[in-house]
Ligand binder design. Structure first.
Ligand SMILES: COc1ccc([C@@H]2N[C@@H](C)[C@@H](O)[C@H]2O)cc1
Length: 451
């Protein structure tokens, strides 16, 4: 059907900026704001729900919540320390909350008084983070919540002329803030939108389309997530013709494509994930702490996304004083150590076109490359890894991606099925680098030790 504000393209972007995003594969999400101070507790009670939703879960009157800004000193905030840890964790990009649903801004916005400049901290946290992360070679993306519990003109539904007039004022305010962010921080690579599910926003598909157009005029090459977008009829992420809006699918939140389905690769996509089961902001209670994911679980998720040509955005919720939770820092270092040895299977890789899903882990491959990576995340109890080569392919070598390199000479079986001895390293997520060639080549030759 004819749409004025539907998808702007049918095929994925192929420009350099999008290719760079695609090759990053692993990014850091950061949720930080006033909610990190109460950290899931209010008046001595632990609220077992996402810490960034405490204002709603504890039914705190908005003026009382806004008072938190007067305690926001962030005395331990150190942008360079955050960026250095992020670099050690192996992330290639980072997405920071600039304004979450509570409306508090981490930059000195000229369009509201509810911002970090009007706190005891009196700092432009976004400006400091953009500079620090870029100094560490990490691309920066900005998260912006359209939903805003603080702004008097926010509306969930548009049920009257007054609602329409108020929400028009709100959308003008939000557009002004987004332009302000793009003009203050023109080196950012993209915007990540949230809080766009309410009827009021779905009824304003044109505004969402105009936001994307305006930001891309200000920052050429900018990448915008599908979650911003509604079309003429209120369809979200994908327009009423089923075409993806924005530049990548950002619907995977705390979930990955499961079962493993190759059709996901038709578009660029990114899954975002929490370390505890269900809190993006720092939650100090046992409810969150006992549900933390391990490094092995998160490495499995990174490989899962890569094997389907998607990105994985892992969230960190710094504490109210601006420090990083030591448990999060240790986890980041563990993941970074694994990527330092096995990143060749992740960065710049995607779906292994001719290889079927093996079940014990994931195959990854750089497009049009003869090299395939086998990321083993679920050890077969038989301790023998069974790999089925695609028809017409022959294995030339299989090596372990870690020091010291272990050259394995696979026993070629008549069905081109072969098995690798797994040795005794069952506690690790190992990666085998498989070098293949078309089977019609001349008879078996010794694998080239340099491959
Ligand atoms: C209605 O359920 C939700 C769940 C999560 C969210 C927000 N999206 C994540 C990326 C976090 O920002 C979370 O607060 C909003 C509404």
């Amino acid at each position: 059907m004819e749409l004025n504000y539907g998808a702007s393209r049918q095929q994925p972007r192929q420009d350099a900026a999008m290719q760079r995003f695609r090759e990053h594969r692993f990014g850091q999400f950061v949720h930080w704001g006033l909610y990190a101070m109460p950290a899931g507790y209010w008046q001595g009670t632990e609220y077992r729900f996402a810490a960034e939703f405490l204002q709603k879960t504890a039914n705190i009157p908005e003026p009382e919540w806004a008072e938190l800004a007067q305690q926001f000193s962030a005395e331990a905030f150190d942008a360079d320390a955050w960026a250095a840890l992020a670099a050690r964790s192996g992330v290639k990009y980072a997405t920071f909350t600039t304004k979450h649903h509570d409306g508090f801004c981490l930059w000195p916005s000229q369009y509201t008084d509810f911002h970090s400049g009007n706190t005891p901290a009196a700092r432009d946290f976004i400006g400091e983070l953009v500079a620090a992360y870029q100094r560490h070679g990490i691309d920066v993306y900005l998260y912006y919540s359209v939903l805003d519990w603080h702004h008097p003109d926010w509306r969930y539904r548009l049920e009257s002329a007054e609602d329409q007039q108020a929400f028009k004022r709100y959308l003008d305010f939000a557009m002004n803030q987004l332009v302000e962010l793009a003009q203050r921080y023109p080196s950012v690579k993209g915007f990540w939108f949230d809080g766009t599910w309410d009827e009021s926003v779905k009824a304003n598909g044109r505004w969402t389309w105009e936001v994307e157009q305006r930001l891309k005029e200000l920052i050429p090459g900018l990448i915008v997530s599908s979650r911003l977008r509604a079309d003429d009829l209120g369809a979200r992420h994908r327009d009423s013709n089923g075409s993806l809006m924005g530049d990548y699918e950002s619907g995977y939140e705390r979930r990955l494509p499961d079962p493993w389905d190759r059709s996901v690769c038709e578009q660029d996509w990114e899954a975002c994930m929490t370390i505890p089961q269900a809190s993006w902001g720092y939650h100090a209670g046992p409810w969150a702490k006992r549900t933390r994911k391990s490094a092995a679980e998160l490495i499995d998720m990174i490989a899962h996304c890569t094997s389907l040509s998607g990105n994985f955005l892992l969230n960190f919720g710094p504490r109210g004083d601006g420090s990083i939770d030591p448990e999060d820092a240790a986890l980041a270092e563990q993941i970074g150590n694994w990527l330092a040895q096995n990143g060749a299977a992740i960065y710049g890789k995607g779906v292994a076109t001719n290889w079927s899903y093996p079940g014990w882990g994931y195959y990854t491959q750089e497009a049009d490359s003869e090299t395939v990576y086998a990321v083993v995340t679920k050890w077969p109890t038989a301790r023998r890894l069974r790999l089925q080569l695609p028809a017409g392919e022959r294995l030339l070598a299989a090596t372990l991606l870690r020091e010291p390199a272990l050259q394995l000479n696979p026993q070629e079986l008549e069905t081109s099925l072969f098995e690798l001895e797994l040795g005794n390293s069952s506690e690790e997520t190992l990666v085998f680098e498989l070098t293949t060639a078309a089977a019609e080549e001349q008879s078996w030759t010794e694998p080239n030790p340099d491959v």
